[in-house]
Design a protein around this ligand. Structure first.
Ligand code: ADP
Ligand code: MG
Length: 400
């Protein structure tokens, strides 16, 4: 019986070599530069960003790199080693649903930065080639990594500030790209962490005021590790379930006469005002999840990392039973990780497939991964893959 398959991060040097060769092959020229942005895993605070809530994502060491060369004729050309066919189009023709498919994430960034007045009237288009070590469609936010790498590239090439305020403005453009051009109604957590993370930290993303505050996360120093389990079950955020959950959260807030469920969480609003049982369960998830983020912060502040485990597991139960965004594969790997001695485990990301995380003793990470693999096999499920998740750095320029 073969062992667990690990998706290891690829070094910047290797990504740069591949993306430079890809760019030359596609466009016959050298790029002006290369920029990388990370995928992410969310420690806790799931499905709360669009309720003005609190989340604690971590940047992965797995990155997406774009190689970029500006043009002068108003044309955008996008190609990827992983994506579908290359896309060529005129910048002024980019709009909701055009292009569709993978290039919409890149074209959307150009569109949103243009709309925000960040690119200047003389922006003449660009050639963009993409390489990545972020698993695509695994709930680890390859979409935000793609957007944020290009946003930072265009910002630096345009001489825009790339301090934290500048990055916050770019993150907002990337959210618009994903919502309005790629037509995926996601919140803003993924773009915030891809652009504003800090190595060795989790990022407290407060979607109410847009702040992003690094919080030290020294799991390795405590002998712990975060194991990411990619179930490889198909996950489709654009298929309507995510939009439905988002709508229930907004409906629940309207019925409670609060601006957002964050306001309900902060004010201790009585959720019994929600007579519709489904809306009540959706709201209970959001409000209790925001509370669990606060509990996580207070445990981390006092260095009680192992005690995070039950909080993570409670988050999974809430996402499974109240928010109903888990699935058989996610439940299986969470249960198997707990049975193998993980302190806590939960699905992470949008759900309906994708990935889970488990908090484990660093020395036991391989044993937990093997046990999770064996459980998936015995249930006849697709074999999961595993990723290490040391808290890594945000988007940055990479040198050739
Ligand atoms: P996730 O963000 O969890 O990986 P999404 O469904 O939000 O999943 O985004 C995945 C989509 O993003 C892909 O289907 C593809 O359209 C696009 N994408 C992400 N990374 C790349 C890449 N390296 N090359 C081409 N397209 C990519
Ligand atoms: Mg995504």
């Amino acid at each position: 019986m073969s062992g667990a398959v690990w998706v290891d991060p690829v070094s910047d040097a290797a990504l740069v070599g591949a993306v430079t060769a890809g760019f030359r092959g596609e466009f016959g020229d050298a790029p002006e530069g290369m920029w990388a942005a990370p995928g992410r895993v969310n420690l806790i605070g799931e499905h709360v960003d669009y309720a003005d809530g609190l989340s604690l994502p971590v940047a992965l060491p797995h990155r997406t790199v774009v190689a970029v060369r500006r043009r002068g004729d108003g044309v955008l050309r996008c190609a990827s080693s992983l994506g579908g066919p290359a896309w060529h189009g005129r910048v002024e023709e980019i709009g909701p649903g055009n292009p569709s498919g993978w290039a919409s994430y890149l074209a959307g960034v150009v569109w949103a930065m243009g709309r925000a007045g960040l690119l200047g009237n003389d922006f003449g288009g660009a050639d963009v080639f993409v390489e990545s070590s972020v698993p695509v469609g695994a709930g680890l936010s390859s979409s935000a990594a793609l957007e944020c790498a290009l946003a930072l590239a265009l910002a630096e090439l345009s001489g825009l500030p790339t301090d934290d305020a500048g990055r916050a403005a770019l993150a907002a453009c990337c959210v618009r790209a994903e919502n309005e051009i790629a037509l995926a109604p996601t919140g803003g957590m993924d773009q915030a962490v891809a652009l504003r993370a800090r190595a060795g930290h989790t990022l407290l993303v407060d979607s109410a005021d847009g702040s992003a505050t690094p919080v030290p996360l020294d799991l390795a120093g405590e002998g712990l590790a975060l194991l990411v389990i990619d179930t490889r079950a198909p996950h489709r955020l654009v298929d309507g379930q995510y939009a439905q959950r988002r709508k229930s959260v907004e409906d629940a807030a309207a019925r409670l006469s609060v601006a957002s469920l964050r306001e309900a969480a902060d004010a201790g609003t009585d959720l019994r005002g929600l007579t519709d049982p489904t809306l009540a369960r959706r709201a209970r998830h959001v409000v209790s999840e925001i509370e669990r983020v606060r509990e996580t912060l207070s445990l981390m502040a006092s260095g009680r990392y192992r005690e995070l485990g039950p909080v993570l597991t409670a988050s999974h139960v809430s996402l499974r039973d109240d928010f109903e965004v888990s699935c058989a594969e996610l439940d299986c790997v969470v249960e198997a990780a707990l049975a193998a001695g993980a302190y806590g485990a939960r699905m992470t990301g949008g759900g309906f497939g994708g990935s889970a995380i488990a908090l484990v003793e660093a020395a036991e990470i391989d044993a937990v991964a093997s046990a999770v693999l064996a459980a998936a096999r015995s249930r006849g499920l697709t074999e999961p893959r595993f990723l290490p998740a040391p808290a890594s750095s945000p988007a940055r320029r990479v040198l050739g």
